[in-house]
Design a protein around this ligand. Structure first.
Ligand code: SF4
Length: 291
């Protein structure tokens, strides 16, 4: 199997490469703005607060300083995790902060600098992948879901594969054939969704511990946000005929993601043989949410 550098995930031939530096730059700008704003918030009352009580300005300075240091510490931890590609102490919580708080904030900051939403989304997907990879989570095949967009199916195909990809006749006109075979070979679940609502329903029904999702920037971003805390590894689709029409995906990327996240029983039993009495022989599992 062709080896793909995991750092290149999320990159497509017909779209700009995801740039982690966009995200990092926006993060740094946000930190600078935050420090400036905090100083301003301190300085303005300082003029007036001193008239109420001499120590009030310093109490406020201490509180704001603590808040700033806390946020800067969080940003530094995030940067270290992104740069090292390894889990630090609370990677899962950091992923939540990035998904829930930082991304909407950075979209606003990015817009002020004239960056397009898709550029920020590509960067967000790349950072999310890096954090998911840093978690080093391994799942059993039955707990992994491959989620595909409907636009991967050839537009001339009359078979309704939504809900049951196994109905694909394997004519080879689109990658559904290869992806269906891939899922059978690895014993993982595979589904095709026509939109966000169906995708959410599939995730609720299947309750996977890990998702490998293929989609465009917008759908991947909302899918990653909606599925949290389930880790979603995003692979951007190729759109040679424009959006939502006969799209394509790099199969090697899907295969490499599967190899990275699937729990290898044979490999594990080999490695854990003599250590069974110490570690119990099974990987630690983080149970996924119900929605
Ligand atoms: S590979 Fe399957 S889904 Fe794609 S066109 Fe052929 S039968 Fe339809």
């Amino acid at each position: 199997m062709k080896v793909v550098d995991l750092k290149s995930f999320g990159r497509t031939e017909d779209s700009e490469p995801p740039r982690k530096r966009t995200f990092i730059l926006l993060l740094l700008v946000t930190c600078v703005v935050m420090v400036g704003l905090s100083f301003f918030l301190w300085w303005v009352p300082y003029v007036g607060l001193a008239n109420i009580h001499a120590s009030l300005p310093w109490v406020l300075a201490f509180l704001l300083g603590f808040g700033v240091l806390f946020c800067l510490g969080g940003a530094l931890t995030l940067l270290m995790t992104i740069v090292r590609g390894k889990n630090l102490f609370f990677n899962r919580k950091i992923r939540g902060v990035v998904i829930r708080i930082l991304f909407p904030l950075l979209v606003g900051v990015g817009r002020c600098f004239g960056l397009s939403k898709d550029e920020i989304r590509r960067s967000f997907v790349a950072i999310n992948n890096r954090l998911v990879f840093a978690e080093s989570k391994k799942v059993r095949p039955e707990r992994l879901l491959i989620l595909l967009p409907h636009c991967l199916q050839n537009h001339e195909c009359g078979i309704r594969i939504t809900g049951d990809v196994a109905k694909c006749k394997g004519c080879g006109k689109c990658k559904i054939k290869d992806l269906s075979e891939l899922s059978r070979r690895h014993g993982v679940s595979i589904s095709v969704a026509t939109g966000g609502t169906l995708a959410r329903r599939i995730v609720i029904e299947k309750k996977p511990d890990m998702i490998i999702a293929v989609a465009c920037e917008r759908d991947l971003t909302s899918g990653i946000q909606d599925s949290y805390p389930i880790p979603v590894f995003g692979i951007l689709n190729h759109r040679p005929f424009g959006p939502c029409f006969d799209t394509d995906v790099d199969l090697t990327m899907v295969e490499t993601a599967l190899a990275s996240f699937l729990y290898d029983e044979a490999d594990h039993s080999e490695r854990s043989g003599p250590r069974d009495s110490h570690d119990g022989g099974a990987p630690k599992r983080v149970s996924g949410p119900t929605s």
